[in-house]
Design a protein. Structure first.
Length: 479
């Protein structure tokens, strides 16, 4: 029985030190020749080191995570070799160099095939008296002529296989096939615990080393980002949903308001051929009117907004272009012209979009219209809108500007021929009386059913709405 100590070898990179990454064996384990016993990390790569002997591990002389100098013993193995066999055979062999080599290399690690075209085979050890003088073999497998062995010299250490490609050998940058992912053992363990692939981590350490901070930042960046997945007081529309196990999704059955809205919008979008016309206008005079009405005691109990003026402008324009206040009866193949205006107001509520309408809105003055809009919107947001309040609409307005949106292409409410999107009102440069001035400007978008409304009618109707918003006094003439 002989106790052998295996020193850390130079694996062919001019290595001076390496870090013990992971032991693949433990004290008491039986190892075979060429069995991987440890994984080390140099400044360039990870390397698996094989055992040069068969035997039993009696001691691990370096702990994982420690840096060891080349030549320092790292493991102790008890073998069945003759008692006279020296314990430093691997170190001695590691100091040999080939005729064309660049430096010392690990025992048994060939850099190429021998002259015979194959790997040298290990022969059973023979008694020292029967050993013939042989020349040592270089790493390339060719014989050297610089030294001979006495018959009393021990047999050379058994050959080990060619070095395997380093683990985690992946390109660190696009197009690179030789740069390795570098990280210290604690960092590798952290990456493993967090389920992070080191190859996908951007290194910021010196020399391209992946640091602990790099791994943590990558893990946090790849972690699921929960948005509004759990129901609370601000998200009642999620209350009936089922949250997935990972918390990233909530599935809510399509029903109630959302189902009816979806059915209506799909039916409208794929039944009525939509066309949209746009117009950008100066509404400075409308803003001045709104400011005056807010000071008027008759309007003290109602909310006065530009939407109120826009709704009144729509009613006045319908009076001038009654053809737009119509619907298409597919079953009867008839156009139905309505002699009343049930003005729809699109309202965003916690339960979804609803479009109740003000019955006979054309009969109301500005104050009556303001009160009707206030009642309609408050009822809708409270979730108390009745089905009758949403039936038989004739034309609709949607105030997208309240959300800061300039304009959009609204989808028609089913059974109607027109819908107006009223955009955000912004202070912008505008040519007024030949000079550039800061004016209040907004955009209008009118979508129509092209089966009922031609482009000319759509343009004329939108132009009249714009005229009232540009100069509300015009409503006195048209009213």
């Amino acid at each position: 029985m002989t106790t052998q100590r295996f020193p850390l070898p130079d694996v062919g990179e001019g290595l001076t030190e390496a870090e013990i990454v992971e032991w693949r064996v433990a004290v008491g384990d039986t190892v075979a020749v060429n069995q991987v016993i440890v994984e080390i990390e140099s400044a360039k790569s990870l390397v698996e080191l094989p055992s040069p002997w068969a035997g039993t591990v009696t001691a691990l002389l370096a702990e994982e995570g420690t840096t060891v100098d080349v030549g320092t013993a790292i493991i102790e193995i008890t073998t069945d070799a003759p008692a006279g066999a020296p314990s430093d055979a691997p170190a001695a062999a590691a100091e040999e160099t080939s005729g064309e080599g660049s430096g010392s290399v690990l025992v048994g690690y060939g850099t190429g095939e021998g002259a015979g075209g194959g790997r040298r085979r290990r022969r059973a050890a023979a008694p020292a008296a029967e050993v013939e003088a042989k020349r040592p073999t270089s790493m390339s497998g060719t014989s050297t002529s610089s030294a001979r062995l006495d018959v009393d010299a021990p047999a050379p250490a058994p050959a080990a296989p060619t070095i395997e490609k380093p683990m985690a050998s992946v390109p660190a940058t696009p197009g690179s096939s030789t740069t390795r992912v570098l990280a210290k053992p604690p960092v590798r363990k952290l990456a493993k615990d967090l389920g992070v692939d080191l190859a996908s981590v951007h290194p910021t350490g010196p020399g391209g080393i992946v640091t602990r901070e790099d791994v943590v930042a990558h893990a946090e960046g790849a972690a699921p980002k929960a948005l509004a997945t759990y129901p609370d007081d601000d998200q009642p529309w999620l209350a009936s949903g089922t949250v997935s196990q990972d918390g990233r999704q909530t599935r809510v059955p399509v029903k109630s308001v959302r189902k009816r809205t979806a059915e209506a919008m799909v039916a409208s979008a794929f039944t009525a051929p939509h066309v949209t016309v746009f117009q950008t206008i100066d509404v400075t005079k409308t803003m001045k009117l709104v400011a005056r009405l807010k000071e008027d005691r008759d309007f003290a109990d109602v909310r006065v907004t530009p939407l109120l003026v826009a709704a009144k402008a729509m009613l006045l324009a319908v009076n001038r272009h009654p053809q737009i206040n119509a619907s298409w009866d597919e079953a009867a193949q008839e156009i139905v012209y309505k002699h009343y205006v049930n003005l729809g107001i699109a309202a965003a509520t916690p339960r979804g979009l609803v479009v109740p309408n003000i019955k006979d809105a054309h009969t109301l003055d500005l104050l009556g219209l303001a009160k009707a809009i206030a009642t309609l919107t408050s009822t809708a947001r409270a979730g108390r809108t009745q089905p009758a309040d949403m039936a038989d609409g004739s034309i609709t307005i949607t105030n997208v500007g309240i959300f800061g949106t300039d304009t959009g292409t609204p989808i028609l409410n089913p059974g109607e021929a027109g819908i107006l999107a009223f955009g955000a009102i912004r202070r912008q440069p505008w040519v007024h009386k030949g000079k550039i001035k800061a004016r209040w400007v907004t955009q209008l978008a009118l979508s129509v059913d092209h089966r009922l409304v031609d482009g000319e009618l759509a343009a004329r109707y939108l132009a009249d709405v714009a005229k009232v918003l540009e100069d509300p006094a015009r409503g006195l003439v048209w009213g």
